[in-house]
Ligand binder design. Structure first.
Ligand SMILES: Nc1nc2c(ncn2[C@@H]2O[C@H](COP(=O)(O)OP(=O)(O)OP(=O)(O)O)[C@@H](O)[C@H]2O)c(=O)[nH]1
Ligand SMILES: [Mg+2]
Length: 440
């Protein structure tokens, strides 16, 4: 497979200028390229050597360090080299131009990791972990990605699949020997027990409140309440900038205004929304509709009311964070149990509110056990696997034939194979690897 491949190269470090630039090369021509570019020829495997880098006219590109890693024990599984150059744009261009002149081409995003996957160096879930580790902005995202990269998630998926393969083997017995009198009894019990265990384990993993996805993609918070309550003022305080327009005209905010913040060590998308009321015009009505939609899908709703307008929280769902704003205008201070107060205008009480939001997010992020589902792709595959396992159990219960049960078990196991990329559907691979950065 490797022989048919071309050789790819890319800048693997950040954009210039930087102290050092790393140019990475992978493919069958790596030895040849090293022999030409490096004055002292191909270095010993896995040894860092200092050398002069030369172009095809034997002019100096730069001087620096080179490492040669022959396949299959390299990141991609192919012959690979890394050149450590000075991180200037002209140096990098000269190096890449030379390497391309020697028969390599510039790599697509994620192409090195895609080769690693295709050469069996990692499965698809681990490859996604690589991309997530590079994108990680918070410690929580980083540790989730590392877990995934190190195969913790893959092991769990593979365990479920292995369980299903065992069940299939048991079922094959009763398919192959249908006349054996007691075959159904002999296989029915163990098959059912094994399927039940897998179904329970899948169900537990899926009932995770989507914490893994929230850590990876961010928690969604919506600020909702009547017009003029101070929703946009609160958003601006949280964002520490004038993200949304504030005015004393009720109905100022129409569109959903969203800012991306770090709260409680997690990424949070905080959305300010239009004030909820009987809308004065069509545009406001659309704003109210969007506000309600956003509120419904949020991980946390902040219900904001104004102290001078008889705050009413009677319609709020139990998990919502209830806040009375404009406490500087309040005559009396008796609010229902659990309600926090603040003034978005003066800043009084704001730090307590912010701390409370951070605490809620921290609790949610820490609530589920690992390993966690981190992507929708995984969730859909696991849901589908669970569906087939349950269907198989249902058939068993109603005396369905072993062939039918086996078909469902096979479909469930196929979902898990697709998840770890064993049966590589081209569109999935394209979607996964195109989100990578170039050079990885
Ligand atoms: N006195 C006082 N005024 C405030 C406070 N918070 C906001 N305001 C004022 O209340 C008015 C409305 O504030 P906004 O933040 O625009 O309110 P909103 O909830 O976003 O309003 P809509 O977008 O119309 O739904 C503005 O004049 C703010 O300056 C507060 O804590 N105390
Ligand atoms: Mg507003």
């Amino acid at each position: 497979m490797t022989d048919a491949r071309d050789t790819i190269c890319a800048l693997a470090s950040g954009p210039p200028p930087s102290a050092i630039a790393i140019v990475r090369i992978s493919g069958p021509k790596v030895r040849e390229i090293c022999a030409s570019v490096l004055e002292r020829g191909v270095p010993k495997p896995r040894r860092a050597v200092f050398d002069q880098f030369l172009d095809v006219s034997r002019d100096t590109i730069d001087e620096g360090v080179a490492v040669f890693m022959p396949g299959p024990n390299s990141y991609t599984g192919e012959d690979t080299a890394e050149l450590y150059l000075h991180g200037g744009a002209a140096v990098i261009d000269h190096a890449l131009d030379t390497i391309c002149a020697l028969g390599a081409r510039l790599a697509e995003p994620g192409e090195f990791t895609r080769r690693a996957f295709e050469n069996g160096r990692m499965d698809l879930v681990e490859a996604e972990g690589v991309a997530d580790l590079i994108d990680a902005e918070t410690r929580a995202q980083k540790s989730l990605a590392l877990d995934q990269l190190e195969g913790r998630l893959s092991r769990q998926y593979a365990e479920w699949r292995a369980g299903l393969v065992d069940v299939l083997a048991l079922l094959e017995v009763s398919i192959d020997f249908p006349d054996e009198e007691d075959a159904p009894d002999e296989t029915g019990g163990p098959v059912e027990a094994a399927l039940r265990l897998i179904a329970e384990s899948l169900e537990r993993a899926l009932a995770d409140d989507e914490v893994g996805e929230r850590i990876r993609e961010g928690f969604h918070i919506a600020i909702v309440g009547p017009p003029n309550a101070g929703k946009s003022s609160l958003l601006n305080r949280l964002a520490r900038r004038d993200a949304a327009i504030v005015s004393d005209i009720p109905g100022t905010t129409r569109d959903v205004v969203e800012v991306r913040l770090k709260i409680g060590g997690q990424i949070a998308w905080v959305a300010d929304t239009a004030g909820l009321r009987e809308a004065a015009d069509q545009i406001e009505a659309e704003g109210v509709r969007r506000a309600q939609e956003r509120a419904a899908s949020a991980d946390l709703r902040i219900q904001l009311r104004s102290a001078d307008e008889n705050p009413d929280f009677s319609d709020c769902p139990a998990d919502d964070l209830l806040i009375v704003n404009k406490r500087d205008l309040a005559q009396s201070g008796s609010w229902p149990e659990g309600v926090l107060t603040m003034s978005a205008l003066t800043g009084e009480g704001f730090s307590e509110i912010e701390a409370r939001i951070a605490e809620i997010i921290r609790n949610r992020a820490g609530s589920a056990g690992a390993p966690l589902i981190t992507r929708r792709r995984h969730r859909l595959a696991l849901e589908s696997a669970l569906f087939h396992v349950k269907h198989a159990l249902n058939l068993l219960e109603h005396g369905g034939g072993a062939e039918l049960v086996a078909e469902d078990v096979r479909l469930a196991s196929r979902q898990l194979s697709g998840l770890i990329g064993e049966i590589g559907v081209e569109e999935i691979l394209g979607a996964v690897f195109s989100s990578f950065c170039i050079g990885k």
